[in-house]
Design a protein around this ligand. Structure first.
Ligand code: UDP
Length: 250
């Protein structure tokens, strides 16, 4: 059974986001696995919201997700300002860690798809080290190109994971999941962005004080210059768009 206590959704610029905490999110994932599939989870940040405003297919994919977690401090700021606060963040990194922990305990298996060649394998090694007993059903870099889809689907169908983590960045990963999941027989698929890079140590996590202060985006900007343009454009535009939108009346 999926807990019914955490169903509240907050609408931010047309994207519905679940007001879930980490513990509730993992319970929902457990519910999805118990129920069978297919279920899709998206980890939303301001860049997702801005992409959804101009990309109708992505917007629909987000709207139809079974769970949309608030991964992104900007979402919490805007939600609070609009008088519809979200209680906390559920980042892709946190969700992947929680899933690995629960998977090791309950015998779920996971499949890591995406990132540069070798990164998913190193991420899996780190998870197996942190969570002894974890069953990794497979790792594959592949690519989000449609031509690669049949081969990847065959790999995953053979591995039969309970949870599929897809790291192709947004919107590619979430569109990939929406297109392919019906044919995979996987109970839960989650788009996780750069999570394998973090787990594999390709990109270090921001120091705890920066994460607490909501400054993870600043750290990522400093460490990953290729993200500069994207984030420097997306976050101010997101905040600007959110401030201009009339606040809901309660
Ligand atoms: N990636 C990939 N294939 C692609 C494009 C991206 O495997 O064609 C991977 C990339 O190596 C990285 C992740 O997708 O691990 C994107 O991470 P990012 O933090 O940029 O995700 P976003 O914030 O865009 O969701």
């Amino acid at each position: 059974m999926v807990a019914e206590d955490s169903r509240r959704r907050v609408n931010i610029l047309g994207v519905a986001i679940d007001d879930v905490l980490e513990g509730e999110a993992i319970e929902r994932v457990a519910g999805y696995i118990a129920a069978g599939g297919p279920h899709r989870v998206v980890t939303v940040n301001p860049e997702f919201v801005m992409e959804a405003r101009r990309n109708a297919v992505f917007r629909q994919v987000l709207a139809a997700a079974d769970m949309a977690t608030p991964d992104g401090f900007g979402l919490l700021l805007v939600a609070r300002w609009r008088g519809t606060p979200l209680r906390g963040r559920v980042t892709g990194v946190a969700l992947a860690g929680q899933i690995a922990a629960r998977a090791a305990r309950d015998g779920w298996s996971i499949f890591l798809l995406g990132a540069a060649p070798g990164v998913a394998e190193r991420a899996a090694d780190e998870l197996e080290r942190a969570y002894p007993g974890l069953r990794v059903a497979g790792c594959h870099a592949g690519s989000p190109r449609p031509a690669d889809e049949p081969g990847i689907r065959a790999l995953i169908a053979q591995a039969r994971p309970d949870v599929l983590l897809v790291a192709y960045g947004h919107p590619a990963q979430d569109l990939w999941i929406a297109r392919n999941q019906p044919a995979l027989g996987v109970p839960v698929a989650i788009g996780v962005g750069g999570v394998f890079d973090y787990l594999a140590g390709e990109v270090p996590l921001a120091p705890a004080w920066m994460r607490r202060a909501g400054l993870e985006w600043l750290y990522r900007l400093i460490r990953q210059p290729r993200r500069w343009r994207r984030i420097l454009v997306a976050v101010p535009l997101f905040l600007w768009a959110a401030l201009r939108e009339p606040r809901p009346r309660s």
